[in-house]
Ligand binder design. Structure first.
Ligand code: AMP
Ligand code: ZN
Length: 140
């Protein structure tokens, strides 16, 4: 996928703007988030420009996501947190402000300021089966 000249993460990939780089290979780049929700908040991105995850080819996603386990482990060890959230936002409604796919690795500690509202619901009888069928139909 071609770089987008207006995309801030493409500019980071191209070296046109700096980042606090952790590592890069031919498919992926990891660096510190400039506005950390906690110390050690890391972003893992594909080097190629894809706006949202549904537009990413599976093989590219694999070459980026394979770094997640080691990165999550390294962040936890380095900052000594109790856990991490791996978060990936798609679309403005889902809090995506940079339209280049990125995975947040966010260190978590008891009493930190990063809160989820997690309004877990419940399916009425039959609805889960309908949804399974609808989603399966869309799968390749
Ligand atoms: P999202 O809300 O998922 O789109 O998150 C975008 C993230 O990118 C935010 O956490 C920003 O702090 C981060 N960000 C934006 N510009 C930069 C930059 N130049 N270097 C590092 N992180 C950035
Ligand atoms: Zn981009």
């Amino acid at each position: 996928m071609k770089a987008d000249p207006d995309c801030i993460f493409c500019k980071i990939v191209a070296g046109e703007i700096p980042c606090a780089k952790l590592f890069a290979d031919d498919a992926a780049l990891a660096f510190l988030d400039i506005g950390p929700l906690a110390e050690g908040h890391v972003l893992l991105i594909p080097k190629a420009h894809y706006e949202t995850i549904d537009r990413m080819p599976a093989d590219v996603a694999g070459r980026v996501l394979r770094h997640l386990p080691a990165l999550a482990k390294a962040v936890q060890s380095a900052v000594g947190c109790e856990g991490v959230n791996v978060l990936q936002n798609n679309g403005r409604i889902a809090h995506q402000f940079v339209p280049h796919v990125h995975f947040h690795i966010i260190p978590r500690r008891a009493g930190d300021e990063f809160h989820f509202n997690w309004p877990a619901g419940k399916y009425p009888p039959g609805r889960a089966e309908e949804l399974v069928e609808a989603i399966r139909k869309e799968l390749p």
